[in-house]
Write a protein that binds this ligand. Structure first.
Ligand SMILES: [Zn+2]
Length: 343
């Protein structure tokens, strides 16, 4: 996965590439940001570009600010071995099945990082889900972060940098990866062979995460749109509080397991609702239909013109507030009950 194949994050990728080209890459970095946006792949690109046997350098003339100055070829022996996780100089650490990274593994990595690279130019240690490092493991790691061996790089990948010790954080400059744009997620899905319309519907629901989009099956998406659509149709048809509270029950799937999965499921429905509301707004404003996330639902959406103007805008904001409340672990039923009364 060379830099040029990383989807989105052009500025961050250009920055990483430039610092490799100019040999100013900090010995340790935190790559933070939501799950599934490409942090780990970017770390892999760094390892490849540092060790590639035939790196591609771009002449200054055809370089924009966001084009990588140097990139891995992606096909040499070093690049392919790094991608397969079997290059002797590129080490991966990730949580065990109990979800933590033990100090023993960190000690081993630290020992190995003291040696010169075996084959490559630079030894790279990628710690995925670095927030899973036990406290003692972080303290052990701190010693190498304070005095990094020459020719060694440490890349700490995490969605939750705040869970790292402040001492570790202060040693590692942080690159913040943002959620991807819907079009970028769709592009990744199309590249993996999904049809364009399906890719767009899935991407719209994935909240900027390719990982989440790949996890979501087409049925999940279709079901989420159906539920969200039914709730909007009910809300448009009746102001009756009891009927609306009945709708809320559709949004909270009981018996689905832990409270967290209730919240996750509701969030999926709400994201679907928010996209439907955006499409209804676009139809009301006679926007280009090719811009709709759900072009196959055009007829149903046209019948919801009640949400075409101010009411739709307020509903959209209410859905946003509901999603934010779920992020703060508010009870799913409370959120659903509140929301249906705002529509
Ligand atoms: Zn290569």
């Amino acid at each position: 996965m060379p830099f040029r194949n990383v989807i989105g994050h052009r500025k961050l990728v250009a920055l990483l590439s430039r610092s490799i080209a100019r040999e100013t890459l900090p010995p340790s970095l935190i790559l933070s940001g939501p799950a599934g946006v490409g942090k780990r792949l970017a770390a892999l690109s760094v390892a490849q570009t540092l060790n590639c046997l035939a790196p591609i350098r771009r002449p200054r003339s055809d370089r924009g600010d966001e084009v990588p100055e140097v990139d891995a070829c992606g096909t040499c022996a070093a690049c392919t071995r790094i991608a397969r996780g079997v290059h002797p100089d590129v080490l991966f650490l990730e949580p065990n099945d109990k979800g933590n990274i033990k100090i023993e593994f960190v000690r081993e990595v630290i020992d190995r990082s003291g040696y010169r690279p075996f084959e490559g130019r630079r030894r790279v240690t990628i710690i995925d889900q670095a927030d899973a490092l036990e406290r003692s493991a972080q303290n052990a790691l701190l010693k190498v972060l304070e005095e990094p061996p020459s020719a060694s790089s440490f890349l700490l990948v995490t969605p939750s940098p705040d869970l790292l010790l402040p001492t570790v954080r202060s040693r590692c400059p942080q690159l913040r990866f943002r959620p991807l744009a819907v079009a970028e997620v769709a592009q990744a899905l199309i590249a993996r062979g999904q049809s364009e319309s399906e890719a767009r519907a899935v991407a719209a629901l994935a909240d900027g995460s390719i990982g989440r989009a790949l996890d979501a099956s087409a049925e999940t998406i279709v079901e989420a749109r159906d539920v969200a659509l039914r709730v909007l149709v009910q809300a448009a048809a009746s102001d009756d509080v009891r009927r609306r509270m009945d709708c809320a029950k559709e949004l909270v799937v009981k018996g689905a397991g832990a409270a967290s999965s209730e919240r996750d499921q509701l969030a999926v429905y709400l994201r679907a609702m928010s996209i439907l509301l955006r499409d209804i707004g676009a139809l009301a404003a006679s926007a280009d239909r090719s811009l709709l996330a759900n072009p196959d639902l055009t007829q149903a959406l046209e019948r919801l013109s009640a949400f075409g103007g101010e009411r739709g805008r307020l509903a959209f904001l209410a859905v946003d507030r509901a999603l934010a409340a779920l992020d703060r672990y508010t009870n799913a039923k409370l959120v659903a009950d509140w929301l249906v009364l705002q529509l």
